[in-house]
Design a binder for this molecule. Structure first.
Ligand code: ADP
Ligand code: MG
Length: 302
């Protein structure tokens, strides 16, 4: 491969909004046959909004205001798209500014599961059912039907407990990016198999997959952040040449493990650093452009 032709490919990439780490990246891009797509922030906008608030009746002393105040305050300490939606939605419903919610003590982020911390003297948990179950929260079964109802509607359920008792469910949802269905069609037209990978629940993952045209057998849901890399490694072990597209801190290891890592330019610095290519506009169609470009560039060289 002549360095000049590769440099030309790199320059053309910049025009298309593809930032390439080095010309040699184009070589691996050409051989890719499988594209693993992170859901939140990659296929979807990642701009989640709070939908519904359910205070569980069984737990005494739970009212909607307290549920919103404690969960909103705790989530305000997290950067996660789900957390931002909870904090903003809670503040709005309480008629206050997000910054005026109380500051939690001993805040802890539990990757892929949720958050914990103390708010106004209450030990609060917010996140997936598993987070609350592992903490031994009581009355958790009162929240299960609420979670199931939310998930059936395509929402992500945030289960909330404080002082060891399950208290309620807040639901959030975001939208599929307008350009994502077309991007998936373009990737398929290039002969690539699209795969969806997410820490979110199965029902939401399936709904998003269906909306963009990814088949149910190519959906990996409820995958913990540290296990995303295993999915990529397993696909590679099957002999596939894998590109991974992601945006989050959670995606960094998987991006680095894939033959080719593509970061959304709208994503976190950690994801961008772990990647070979950055898609400047956060538009998934640019991933197809990148593969098309590398094939063309390398065909010219041969
Ligand atoms: P994704 O793979 O879709 O980018 P993550 O792995 O970051 O998502 O998170 C997986 C799931 O963990 C979320 O869908 C949500 O249910 C839960 N979760 C993660 N962080 C939080 C949080 N701060 N508050 C509530 N739930 C959370
Ligand atoms: Mg993401």
């Amino acid at each position: 491969a002549t360095p000049t032709a590769l440099m030309v490919g790199t320059g053309r990439g910049a025009q298309l909004g593809i930032l390439i780490k080095g010309p040699e990246v184009l070589e691996s891009t050409r051989r890719v046959d499988t594209v693993v797509l992170d859901k939140t922030g990659t296929v979807t906008t990642g701009r989640m909004e709070m939908q519904d608030v359910y205070a569980a009746g069984a737990a005494e002393g739970t009212d909607e205001k307290q549920l919103l105040r404690l969960a909103g305050a705790l989530e305000h300490a997290s950067e996660h798209p789900v957390a931002r939606a909870v904090a903003a939605g809670a503040a709005e419903r309480l008629g206050t500014a997000v910054g005026r919610l109380p500051t939690p003590q001993g805040f802890e982020n539990v990757p892929g599961l949720g958050v914990r911390g103390t708010v106004e003297g209450h030990a609060v948990l917010a996140g997936r059912e598993r987070l609350l179950a592992e903490a031994g929260v009581t009355d958790l079964d009162t929240l299960t039907p609420l979670r199931e109802k939310a998930e059936a509607a395509g929402c992500t359920a945030v289960l909330v407990a404080w002082d060891g008792v399950a208290r309620g469910v807040l639901t959030v949802a975001d939208a599929v990016k307008e350009t994502s269905p077309r991007a998936v069609r373009e990737l398929r037209a290039l002969g690539l198999t699209p795969v969806l990978l997410t820490g979110d629940n199965r029902a939401v993952a399936d709904a998003v997959a269906q909306a963009v045209g990814i088949t149910p057998d190519a959906v990996y849901a409820e995958v913990l952040p540290q296990d995303k890399v295993d999915v990529v490694a397993r696909l590679r072990a099957e002999g596939r040449v894998v590109a991974m597209v992601g945006d989050g801190v959670n995606d960094a290891a998987a991006l680095a493990t894939a033959e080719l890592g593509l970061a959304m330019g709208t994503g976190t610095d950690v994801a961008i650093e772990a990647s070979d290519l950055t898609l400047a506009r956060g538009d998934l169609r640019v991933a197809a452009d990148a593969i098309r470009l590398s094939r063309k560039t390398l065909a010219t060289i041969k």
